[in-house]
Design a protein around this ligand. Structure first.
Ligand code: ATP
Length: 365
């Protein structure tokens, strides 16, 4: 069994003038045997530091890391049965592809040379780079170098793969192709994988589960759909989804949310979920807003179309309430014609509305 457990893991760095930088703050997450977990969050939130602690490249300030139930927090990087794939690929420039892929095995095992050679060829064939084995990294494209870096991790047949933004140096088309390929590969190999990215689309499409970090703290761990439909807090709600969820700050009074530009009446269960909260943030995803022909109920609002941005088969329509300053965005099918400057009625269906405590950001509904 190769499940990986991070238990109350923290990392504190000390900067030059002696003050503490808490890079990772009390993070606990379980990665099941064979699972693909994506660690996602904005730049500087502690993703790489977490991964580097698991790899043994960074010491642990407090907490524990267990692999298959055994603590590895004090083991050296070579003693952990883990292979890491870096954003920079980190290939040896003076070695051929074959040498790059076999080097780790030659160094860390006493596997016979012919067995290593066979394994390298088999892995290279699996990755479609078997005709490149005698080239050096400088003679390869970015995508090919990336495959070599992956191949080097795969030949080691480790208990765990750690990947730090491995696709970020590739162009958009290749990146999306490699996402699918990598996922398929991981599924076939069944190797427990922890994958770091700042790109929420990558996280949503690749992960069996995602762990969202902000400011060193774990905000939510769940399947992509759980994080999308039931975000634990405002941060996760805003981070997951593209374009981002719209937020409106309101005050709650007798089941009605009153904001600068909108009044939103809540019904039974939503009204109850607000409880005693005085300030409530109303959130709605752009794809959940409907543009309708006329005001037909209390959740329909007159708006003015500010900007229309084509996004392939959809449009992002930026709207304002009356002459309000607040802009929000709705995505609508490209067939619907909406002109800047025209009026539009935006419907916020209550079942699609998210409510957050205005003070703490925690989800209320
Ligand atoms: P990015 O997506 O930009 O790579 P990240 O989420 O991987 O960011 P980390 O690299 O883990 O973030 O950094 C987390 C925090 O720890 C940041 O504030 C960073 O400046 C700080 N940090 C990282 N390494 C060190 C170090 N060696 N010494 C001091 N501070 C560090």
């Amino acid at each position: 069994m190769s499940g990986l457990t991070l238990e109350r893991l923290s990392k504190v760095f000390t900067d030059d003038d002696g003050s503490d930088i808490v890079a990772v703050d009390d993070v606990s997450v379980d990665i099941q045997d064979g699972e693909f977990l994506v660690l996602v969050g904005p730049s500087g939130c502690g993703k790489s530091t977490t991964l580097r602690m698991v790899a043994g490249l960074e010491t642990v300030t407090s907490g524990d890391i267990r692999l298959g139930g055994e603590s590895i927090a004090d083991a050296g990087p070579q003693e952990r049965d883990i292979a890491m794939v870096f954003q920079s690929y980190a290939l040896y420039p003076h070695m051929t592809v074959r040498e790059n892929m076999s080097f780790g095995l030659e160094e860390s095992t006493d596997m016979p040379d012919d067995e290593i050679a066979g394994l390298v060829e088999e892995t290279a064939a699996m990755l479609g780079i078997d005709d490149l084995l005698d080239r050096r990294p400088s003679e390869l494209s970015g995508g090919q170098q990336q495959r070599v870096a992956l191949g080097r991790a795969i030949v080691r047949d480790p208990e765990v793969f750690l990947m730090d933004e491995p696709l970020s140096n590739l162009d958009a088309k290749l990146r999306s192709q490699m996402r699918t390929e990598l996922q398929r590969l991981q599924e076939d190999l069944g190797t427990t994988t922890m994958y770091v990215t700042h790109d929420q689309t990558e996280a949503m499409t690749m992960g069996d589960r995602i762990a969202v970090l902000d400011d060193g703290e774990l905000q939510q761990a769940g399947t992509p759909l759980e994080c999308y439909h039931r975000p634990a807090n405002r941060f996760v709600a805003g981070f997951i989804g593209e374009p981002s969820m719209n937020f409106f700050e309101t005050e709650a009074a007798d089941g009605t949310l009153v904001g600068d530009d909108l009044e939103y009446e809540l019904s039974g269960t939503s009204a109850e979920s607000v409880g005693d909260a005085e300030r409530v943030t109303l959130g709605i995803r752009p794809e959940d807003i409907e543009l309708v022909d006329a005001v037909g109920g209390e959740h329909d609002f007159e708006t003015t179309v500010d900007v229309v941005e084509p996004m392939g088969n959809e449009n992002a329509v930026y709207l304002t309430f009356g002459d309000g300053e607040e802009t929000f965005v709705a995505t609508v099918g490209g067939m619907r014609s909406v002109e800047p400057g025209s009026t539009a009625v935006a419907r916020f269906p209550e079942e699609a509305v998210h409510l957050f405590d205005g003070a703490t950001g925690a989800a209320l509904k």
